[in-house]
Write a protein that binds this ligand. Structure first.
Ligand code: KIV
Ligand code: ZN
Length: 503
């Protein structure tokens, strides 16, 4: 069985898509989860893009030990210098250089001739090789490049020291058959390709990113590039969980395996969704809420008789916790820790203390606490712990025909602040009160609310996107059995992020 390397670009191609930005601590937390998941390579960012990108690639390089950490770079010395500076402390550093090779991109974007592109690849791959042994070269828009010229580009890259050749379907234009044929063609025509990894990077514009990726695996690719939940530019990238579970479930067909601990898939997906505030569609393969649910009577009957009638995977294979009633009001810290460990969460003593105190508050309001409740508390530990401001209390007066009012009390560092405001609804009034007491010009861009668990005493999770006058958008999340409270908490969490970024 051949071993397929998983190159995760959630923190680079994924993070650069609208609504998916993450702050430094969130990126580090995600990178550590990717390490637990068992990805081979983490593309941590594009170091030259901004000082913040540089800082986060560097921080991830220091935080992660088992995975290779890569930074993207265009084919320029400045980009490569920045990429190397950011990854050089990693235990396994990689520089990922790219240059477009399609006639369209060379003529209109790069304004370079074919010969200029060939020599730039040669020079810049060799320049990067001077710093780092592990060099990936990507021919941007490879799937729309002329195959013979593309093969020459990759041959130059190999001669200059590239150890991985990546074949991107940058605009998601290709079909599975075409991608497979392209890989076969390159294997036959690129000099030295047998000494390199062949990688594939597919976008989902026509909904074929996963199918294209898998076709390339069948045709001989040894590395796949993907993102958790398929986030990424435009329609996104190939989804990691779908590619991995297809290879795992159909190993008879692909004759391949990955190093992924599939039991960490669900947790990785949840964490990303929680950090970015981007929900997972219920019908999303592998990690959607309905992915393992059987609604029709015929299916239910079949599954009871023999699970294999309608189930090709088991929800526990991807780490979905069984939603049983697990703990109650009288459960202690020890029981909570044990339950968390059995769900795959290992918290520090300080984190456990914090989750436990929220668990006690919840247990006072909710009789039966399920795995989903506990998971929600764990995922929200960042939003409740971090930040300069903390919600102390609130009272809202809501109704129809008269203005709605809200009185909010916050703790800001040592000071206790209080403000009353009128608004078109209870949340509008609450958010106005907060803006006024903090003297901040923050705009609510979007708001969503959903139940994390079932039943009338379900926990509600609110997600807000708030923006500053200079157009920066931040995601805030909040959790409570009271939906007004979870919404105010989400707003305060967003404000805390704005304050933190300003420091
Ligand atoms: O889609 C693309 O072509 C890319 C490259 C930079 C690898 O993201
Ligand atoms: Zn891409």
């Amino acid at each position: 069985m051949k071993r397929i390397k998983i190159f995760d670009t959630t923190l680079r191609d994924g993070e650069q898509s609208p609504g998916c930005s993450m702050d430094l601590s969130e990126k580090i937390e995600m990178a550590k989860q990717l390490e637990k998941l068992g990805v081979d390579v983490i593309e941590a960012g594009f170091a030259i893009a901004s000082p913040m990108d540089h800082k986060s690639v560097r921080a991830i390089a220091a935080a992660v030990t088992n995975c290779t950490v890569a930074s993207l770079a265009r084919c320029t010395k400045g980009d490569i210098d920045a990429a190397w500076d950011a990854v050089k402390e990693a235990r396994h550093p990689r520089i990922h250089v790219f240059l477009a090779t399609s006639d369209l991109h060379m003529q209109y974007k790069l304004q370079m001739t074919r010969e200029q592109v060939l020599s730039r690849i040669r020079e810049m791959v060799a320049y990067a090789k001077g710093f780092c042994a592990d060099i990936e070269f990507s021919a941007e828009d490879a799937s729309r490049s002329e195959p013979a010229f593309l093969a020459r580009c990759y041959s130059e890259a190999v001669a200059a020291g590239a150890t991985t050749l990546n074949v991107p379907d940058t605009v998601g234009y290709s079909t599975p058959q075409e991608m497979a044929e392209l890989i076969a063609y390159l294997r036959a025509h690129v000099e030295g390709i047998e000494h390199t990894d062949i990688s594939v990077h597919c976008h989902d514009d026509l909904g074929m990113a996963v199918a294209n990726t898998l076709a390339c695996v069948k045709a001989g690719a040894t590395q796949v590039e993907c993102t958790v939940n398929g986030i990424g530019e435009r329609a996104g990238n190939a989804s990691l969980e779908e590619v991995v579970m297809a290879i795992h479930t159909r190993r008879d067909f692909y004759d391949a395996k990955t190093g992924i601990n599939t039991k960490q898939i669900y947790r990785s997906s949840k964490l990303l969704s929680n950090i970015t505030g981007v929900p997972i569609a219920p019908s999303k393969a592998i990690v959607g809420a309905n992915a393992f649910a059987h609604e029709s009577g015929i299916h239910q009957h079949g599954v009871i008789a023999n699970a294999q009638t309608y189930e090709i995977m088991n929800s526990t294979d991807v780490g979905i916790p069984q939603n049983t009633m697990v703990l109650g009001k009288h459960s202690g810290k020890h029981a909570l820790r044990e339950r968390l460990v059995s769900m795959g969460y290992e918290l520090t003593d300080e984190e456990l203390e914090q989750v436990f105190s929220r668990f006690k508050v919840l247990a006072d309001k909710k009789k039966n606490i399920t795995s989903s409740d506990i998971e929600a508390l764990v995922l929200h530990r960042r939003s409740t712990a971090a930040g300069a401001c903390r919600l102390l209390s609130h009272v809202v007066n809501a109704g129809d025909g008269l203005p709605n009012t809200s009185c909010v009390r916050l703790q800001r560092e040592e000071a206790v602040l209080e403000e009353v405001a009128i608004g078109s609804g209870p949340l509008d009034a609450s958010f106005k009160a907060i803006n006024r007491m903090l003297d901040m010009d923050v705009k609510l861009e979007s708001f969503s609310l959903h139940a994390v668990t079932d039943g009338e005493d379900a926990i509600g999770e609110a997600v807000v996107k708030v923006s500053t006058p200079n157009g920066q958008v931040y995601t805030g999340t909040g959790l409570s059995t009271d939906v007004i409270e979870s919404s105010i908490r989400a707003y305060v969490n967003g404000i805390n992020k704005i304050m933190e970024a300003a420091v």
